[in-house]
Design a protein around this ligand. Sequence first.
Ligand code: B12
Length: 99
Amino acid sequence: MELIFGGFQNIEQIVQAAIHEDVDVIGLSIHSGAHFAYTEQLINLLKEKGVLDHFLILVGGVIPARDFQKLKDIGVSNVYGPGSRVSDIVNFIKTNVKK
Ligand code: B12
């Protein structure tokens, strides 16, 4: 896998980079408690551009377990909170990447 670490970009920059680099997965790492706001913004922008189907969307970081399903309901493929095993994340990506 090749990883493009975006650093601390805003959602517009992340979407622009994902489209430009033609990535398979967009992963957000959010520790601030603002996971709904950022994730909704990401999904809405991808929808607006008509490219939501192109990407597997993953969210990780300090996300309470009670929010996992709500994030999936708005379009996230999977959510990984603290203590997640990297091997599980890698396996999920390998199994679910869309191309
Ligand atoms: C280093 C650090 C930072 C660095 C991050 C630098 C960097 N480039 O990564 C900096 C200084 C930038 C930072 C900023 C902030 N931090 Co900070 N930070 C930490 C710290 C010390 C370590 C985090 C870490 O790397 N852990 C090691 C990794 C391996 O574990 P992890 O982050 O839990 O990740 C695992 C899973 O969550 C998951 N995962 C995480 N991200 C992703 C992404 C994807 C795509 C996937 C698939 C999986 C995944 O997989 C990992 C493996 O299991 C923690 C305290 C701690 N000991 O955890 C606080 C901590 C996470 N930070 C905290 C806070 C509050 C913040 C800020 C909100 C501070 C602020 N007011 O701005 C910001 C938020 C930044 C953001 N945009 O989300 C709190 C969160 C509290 C909460 N929400 O309940 C913590 C817990 C500290 C604390 N006890 O108060 N932080």
